[in-house]
Design a protein around this ligand. Structure first.
Ligand code: NAD
Length: 342
């Protein structure tokens, strides 16, 4: 029997090479410019494969999974796996994996770049310069906010929400800026308290005290709209919010209102509630920097992510425990054991 793996997007070459070295039949499904398939097309192919490798932003809903309950694995290309209905997969004895670690440094770089760009109004100043509006002395001055201690020598406070791999790596980026660092993570209070140069704060206090707040938690039922109107109102009017986690962690409607009313000074976003749609009014604001979900987007990192996803997929195809399993309980389920025997 030939095993089949479906890759419904344009996978980098490095991942393809890993898959090619297996005996499995690999089905690539995407448009000429890498366009992902429509839902109907996806469903049609999912029916006939053993393992699926979706992109991190491709919805693998209950409906998709139910079209093939015999799936032997879903190997997500991304560390966040909120795009997959893991509860349904687990119930059906389907292992799910992600790509942790290989994208940590790159995503932390992007979060830091976004923080700096938002604070110093870099994209706005760039547009002003290239559009010929700069007329020398007397022209508009882009007055930004200090990231380091600035002329008054007051160190700024960075608040990290979600002290996981990326959150901690953003803290490393802040060291050269002499910042005071606060962190909130309900699962890692002890680790935070033991980390040199980082103080634990409850969410409320972190929001009140920080000059920069950066979101690094996963999207779960508990983190949906973790930052809404009430939380934004706690922040300083001079503070900046950065979101490179997942769009729905932040209530975009509340954010637009807070930015319009000057309740916070600015926001840098890489992710949105309903990608690729942006909340009405967001693009009209002068105090935002908006990116098209490029946190892990460097050639090197995307290649490594594809290798990790491919290796996870092949392990699941063989019935071996994959390195990056997110629902390990599946291996004890009778449904999974049945699949291995069939
Ligand atoms: P991680 O699992 O190492 O860290 C996430 C941390 O969030 C964990 O320590 C966890 O305890 C914490 N957390 C969970 N619930 C929380 C809550 N209610 N409040 C505060 N913290 C909470 O994951 P990671 O590798 O650091 O990635 C973090 C997230 O970043 C991913 O889940 C993904 O959604 C997002 N991400 C985005 C991009 C991008 O392109 N913008 C790229 C990579 C990752």
């Amino acid at each position: 029997m030939v095993n089949r793996i479906l890759v419904p997007w344009a996978m980098p070459q490095a991942g393809k090479e890993v898959l090619q070295n297996s005996k499995a039949e690999i089905i690539y499904l995407h448009g000429p410019r890498g366009e992902v398939p429509e839902f109907k097309e996806l469903i049609k192919e999912v029916r006939h494969v053993d393992v699926l490798i979706p992109r991190g932003t491709q919805s693998i809903s209950k409906q998709v999974i139910m079209t093939n309950t015999d799936l032997r694995g879903i190997a997500n290309y991304g560390v966040g796996y909120d795009n997959i209905d893991v509860i349904t997969a687990t119930r059906l004895g389907i292992p799910v994996t992600n790509t942790p670690g290989v994208l940590t440094e790159t995503t932390a770089d992007l979060a830091w770049a976004l923080l700096m760009a938002t604070a110093r109004l870099i994209p706005q100043a760039h547009i002003y310069t290239i559009s010929g509006q700069w007329k020398g002395p007397g022209s508009k001055v882009f007055m930004g906010l200090d990231i380091g201690p600035g002329g008054s020598n007051r160190p700024k406070t960075l608040g990290i929400i979600g002290f996981g791999r990326i959150g901690r790596t953003v803290v490393e980026r802040s060291r050269g800026f002499k910042m005071k660092v606060l962190a909130y993570d309900p699962f890692l209070k002890k680790m935070i308290e033991k980390t040199r140069g980082v103080q634990y704060r409850q969410l409320k206090n972190l929001l009140k005290e920080s000059d920069f707040v950066s979101l690094h938690c996963p999207l779960t039922k508990k983190t949906f709209h973790l930052i809404g109107e009430k939380e934004l109102n706690l922040m300083k009017p001079t503070s900046i919010l950065i979101n490179t986690s997942r769009g729905p962690v932040l209530d975009e409607k509340a954010l637009v209102i807070a930015l319009k009313k000057g309740r916070i000074a600015g926001a840098g976003l890489d992710v949105y509630e309903k990608e690729p749609r942006l909340y009405p009014g967001l693009t009209k604001l002068k105090n935002v920097v908006l990116l098209p979900h490029i946190g892990s987007a460097t050639r090197d990192t995307r290649e490594q992510m594809s290798v990790v996803a491919a290796k996870n997929a092949l392990a699941m195809l063989k019935g071996v425990k994959p390195p990056d399993i997110v629902n390990p309980q599946v291996f004890n389920s009778p449904k999974y054991k049945q699949k291995l025997m069939s």
